[in-house]
Design a protein around this ligand. Sequence first.
Ligand code: ZN
Length: 253
Amino acid sequence: MLVKSVVAALGCALGASAAAIPSPIDLIRRDHQLGTVITKCAKPGVLALAFDDGPYQYTQKLVDTLNAAGAKGTFFFTGTLYGCIYNQRTAVKNAYDTGHQIASHTWTHPHVGNLGASQLQTELTRLEDAYVNIFGKKPAYLRPPYLETYGSVMNVARQMNYVVVTNDIDSGDWNNQSPQQSQQRFIQAGAGGNGHIPLMHETYDSTVSVLVPWLINWAKQNNLQLVTVAECLDDAEGAYQPGNFTGDGRNSC
Ligand SMILES: [Zn+2]
């Protein structure tokens, strides 16, 4: 049923315009991902380091660390959790420009499961506007704060074309786990099978300074490529909403 409706939609799209239409395979895969909670990669041999709650004072250092290792990561930024995103616009732009995936973690980091649909739409739209102002794209991936996927979250995400991502490993950095304790969680989970999408926070110095360098080395030892979440789902082209956008020039929260 799902496949049929997507192919039917593709037929309509082809009738309207032959330009810049994703392949049927892409459409079907994306339609499948929308409405589903993604917890891990779609293939082995990869690791999708994902960082929540920035931008913050360690963002640039984290970007530099990843770049020096030839690694890609995914940043689930908020608009205001650790200060106004516009105050970190250089680091945000640098992350985007060097190929990391910039995704949504909402504007204010509320308990999204308790929000009404229109409130959640506003949470997503305000951050989209900031991204457009800073680097000209709207994100297409969302990690809900507190990993809450109940209430109106899945419906609103689907309406607004967001793939919802949670995690399959919790580093526990948010819960006083030391980098060494976090490392044990990765070792226990192992490097086999489809790639991991861990829960980590760039707002802790120990995560950025200790855990990330260890993970870069762990990935190397296990022949895991460090890629973005979209890449690990074979959806690199779907990291952002289609098109380029012009912002309203706003530079404050
Ligand atoms: Zn968060």
